[in-house]
Design a binder for this molecule. Sequence first.
Ligand SMILES: Nc1ncnc2c1ncn2[C@@H]1O[C@H](COP(=O)(O)OP(=O)(O)OP(=O)(O)O)[C@@H](O)[C@H]1O
Length: 302
Amino acid sequence: MKRMLFIYNPRSGKGVVRDQLSYILEEFSRDDYEIVVHPTIEPKDATRITQEFGDAFDLIVCSGGDGTLDEVVTGMQTGRFTRPLGYIPAGSTNDYAQSLGIPKQMRKAARSIMNGTVYQCDLGRLDDSYFVYVAAFGAFVEVSYDTPQDMKNLLGHAAYVIRGMQSLNNLKAYHLRYESREMSGEGDFLLGMITNSDSVGGFKGITGRDVTLNDGVFEVVLFHSPALAVEYPAMINSVLNKTPNKNITYFKTSKLEIWFDEPVSWTRDGEFGGKRKHAVIENIPRAIPIIVPGNDDLKTAE
Ligand SMILES: Nc1ncnc2c1ncn2[C@@H]1O[C@H](COP(=O)(O)OP(=O)(O)OP(=O)(O)O)[C@@H](O)[C@H]1O
């Protein structure tokens, strides 16, 4: 009999996994799996369980938000093994699942793990830690990890929108220098995102064009601090309508290095990513063997 480790975060998003658990397990049982189920009991639990025990299983499945997925992937990396990884999204936003075409409905997502194929997705490294689809600094970044879980349990994605609107009053510019093979520069920036996803924070298309999740490069978006406040509306329009704007720099790269004047807070996949004055971000090509539905829409690099 094949063995599956199923890790889920009972507190993710609106906590819906609790109601769906039996349906999910019934889907898995159709395919002769001996299943070990582990609800996470505290932050970093998913990393610890994966790292210590994951190697003994044929398949690892996790359910939760992007933070839980990040913890499981981190557990595989630090445990120095890989296994096919199934993901049942249960968070408030689920940007990454959407990019991969994983169904929103949990029972369907469970079924598609049983019928799906492995897609070798790129992984990110931010200094000595990993990220699955986004590392970011600057405006709104603290919203992704500071929004209280109780508020997310109650309101889902709307909790982020409300916290995001509150943080509009505290926009701050960071002076920095960045270097990559494709693009280098220096200046004052409001926000920087290094991503491997079609959407971030629920905003589809914000990461740029032609996003392919296994092409070995990230999409980088840097929002300059505009010289005049009247330039903000044009920047927002440009994000919403996906049109160019002189204050927004887009490029793709496999490695980026950034130097700030002061330590700056980062997010990794919606969790606090530490304060950093210097950051090295690297793409680890095709390091996440994630199971996706037989999905012709998912782009694959040659
Ligand atoms: N039992 C638990 N109690 C409290 N926090 C937990 C528990 N299990 C895991 N966590 C932590 O919850 C955090 C958020 O998890 P996750 O990203 O899965 O959900 P979410 O934040 O609701 O979803 P999203 O990222 O889509 O908003 C993670 O940092 C994780 O470590």
